[in-house]
Structure formats: structure tokens, C-alpha cells
Ligand binder design. Structure first.
Ligand code: ADE
Length: 292
């Protein structure tokens, strides 16, 4: 009689590929270590949701000194990055792992915003090319890359921090990275308003109490109040955002007189905290918030 075949363990399901692979092209790959070990991204990498590869153009530079920079044509101070080591690094990435959207981080690039972040989150492989030193050969951007991005109107010493900003902003939109879908939906810039202010315990802090409405238990009123605060805050701090999505007739009534058309006369940014937080004379009892 035949022995029953010993049952074999089911084969392990193949690990799905990462949702996005970031390919950072940098002369200082170790700059990303601490950032990537950090909780949110470290966990996403460990879970295989994203991958971050690093490629150093110096490894592709010719000669014993592997020099990656040279003096600028036409003269001028400092050294600028040469195009060939960056070309070789990008070619290697594509040959080894596949095509990528190639982005040069530079203060001359288009400003990164949440809309751009959302569009990057749909890509499979993004190469983030980081400059350093006095600048880079123009062809690193115009010939090798698909686009240039800046993270703000200020100049960093190199693109690595900008690459880190792009990675974090994109990765947190991917399913499973934040672990809480709602926080992605409810954020500033998804709908072009700043977020409403929030409080948790203690109820009173250095004379500043939590607004009473939040303790009322009236969820409809709280929701309306939060929308009003978000609108007022946006009008005070970022009136430019209201250009994209002007206040509705209902919302206009919530704005202080003069703010109803915040685009009509651009104002100095006004601190908008004082009208939010009532001052208390004595420490109130610390009733816990409804949703700690
Ligand atoms: N490299 C240097 N400054 C930068 C900036 N503001 N954005 C992107 N990359 C940069």
C-alpha cells in the first residue's frame, strides 16, 4: 500500500514589488541614513512598501581621483559638477532596475506642491538627482533629467535634503505607509485650505484655554466651526490658496469684514491665534477631550 505523500508546506507567496522605488543619485549617500532609519520611512522600507536605492556618481567618474567636478567655462568662482558621471549613474540605474522618472533637485526648478506630490505618487521609479558644490553642468538637467524641482525659494548646500522631502511627501500618500487613510484625506492642500487648529489636554495652558465649542458635544457645530477656522486661517496666512478655490457665499460670511475678498487687497500676514484661544484667569479642571 502506498504511503500518503507527506504534505509540503505551501510555497511562500512571492513578495510584491515595492509600490515606488526612489533612486537617489548623490555624492553623499550616507546623508540619507538617519532619515531612512526614521520611523515612518524606515517602516515603509522594512515592509517592502517602498525601496530607496542610492547611486554615487563618483563611482562612475574616471581616473584615479574619480573627480566629479571641474571649473566653469567662461570663468567664475568654484567648481561645477560634470555631466558624464551623472549620465553613467543614471544609465546604470535604468539598465539594472528599469526606466525611471528623472528629477533634478535644484533651486531653479518648479516649486514642489501637493498636486505635484500626488502625481509623483503614481510613478513606479523616481530618480532624484542631487547637486552639490557651486552648481552643475546645465546638461545634467536639460539632457539627463525629465524635470527640475525646487522645494522652496531658498538655497540649500545640496539636493539631498530636498530629495528626502520628496520621498517623505510621496511615500506618506501610498497605501499602508501612514497606517491611517483618513489623515491623508484631511490634510492641508488636498483641498486648498490650511488645516483647522486642534487641541488636546491640558484644557488650559499658561492662561490659554481650549475653545469652548470643542467641549460642547455638538458635532455639527464643531464641524462648521472648524471649517470657519480653516478658512480664516487660510485667508490670514495664505490668501493665495483662496485664489484656486474661492470661498462660497456661506463661507464669505465667516470672514472678518475686509477679508471677504482676501484677494482684493493683499495684506501683511496677520497672526490669527489671538481670536481663537480665550484666556483663562485660573487653571480649569482638566476634563479630557472628546477624542484624545
Ligand atoms: N538644492 C539646493 N537648494 C534647493 C532647493 N531649494 N530645492 C531643491 N534642491 C535644492
Amino acid at each position: 500500500m502506498n504511503e500518503p505523500a507527506p504534505s509540503l508546506p505551501a510555497p511562500a507567496a512571492p513578495t510584491p514589488p515595492p509600490l515606488i522605488t526612489f533612486e537617489v543619485v548623490t555624492l553623499f549617500p550616507e546623508m540619507l541614513d538617519g532619515f531612512l532609519a526614521g520611523s515612518l520611512l524606515g517602516r515603509a522600507v522594512a515592509a517592502g512598501l517602498i525601496a530607496v536605492e542610492r547611486t554615487n556618481p563618483r563611482d562612475f567618474a574616471p581616473g584615479r581621483h574619480r573627480s566629479v567636478d571641474d571649473t566653469p567655462y567662461g570663468g567664475g568662482p568654484g567648481m561645477i559638477l560634470r555631466v558624464e558621471p551623472f549620465a553613467a549613474a543614471l544609465d546604470e540605474i535604468v539598465a539594472r532596475r528599469g526606466p525611471a522618472r528623472k528629477i533634478l533637485l535644484s533651486p531653479q526648478g518648479a516649486l514642489l506642491d501637493q498636486r505635484k506630490v500626488r502625481s509623483l505618487a503614481t510613478m513606479q521609479r523616481i530618480a532624484l538627482v542631487c547637486g552639490r558644490y557651486e552648481g552643475f553642468d546645465e546638461r545634467i538637467g536639460s539632457v539627463l533629467c525629465d524635470e527640475e524641482l525646487s522645494i522652496g525659494d531658498y538655497v540649500l548646500a545640496g539636493g539631498e535634503l530636498a530629495a528626502a522631502v520628496v520621498i517623505e511627501a510621496v511615500a506618506r500618500l501610498l497605501p499602508g505607509v501612514l497606517g491611517c487613510g483618513q489623515s491623508v484625506v484631511d490634510e492641508s492642500f488636498s483641498h486648498p485650505r490650511l488645516e483647522h487648529p486642534q487641541w488636546t489636554r491640558p484644557l488650559a495652558f499658561r492662561g490659554h484655554a481650549v475653545p469652548a465649542i470643542l467641549l460642547s458635544g455638538n458635532h455639527q457645530e464643531i464641524e462648521r466651526w472648524r471649517r470657519e477656522q480653516a478658512l480664516r486661517r487660510t485667508a490670514a496666512r495664505r490668501p493665495d490658496l483662496l485664489e484656486r478655490a474661492p470661498p462660497t457665499a456661506e463661507e464669505r460670511a465667516w470672514l472678518p469684514a475686509g477679508d471677504a475678498d482676501p484677494m482684493a487687497s493683499p495684506r501683511e500676514s496677520v497672526p490669527d491665534r489671538t481670536d481663537l484661544t480665550p484666556t483663562v484667569s485660573a487653571a480649569s479642571n482638566d476634563a479630557p477631550p472628546e477624542h484624545p
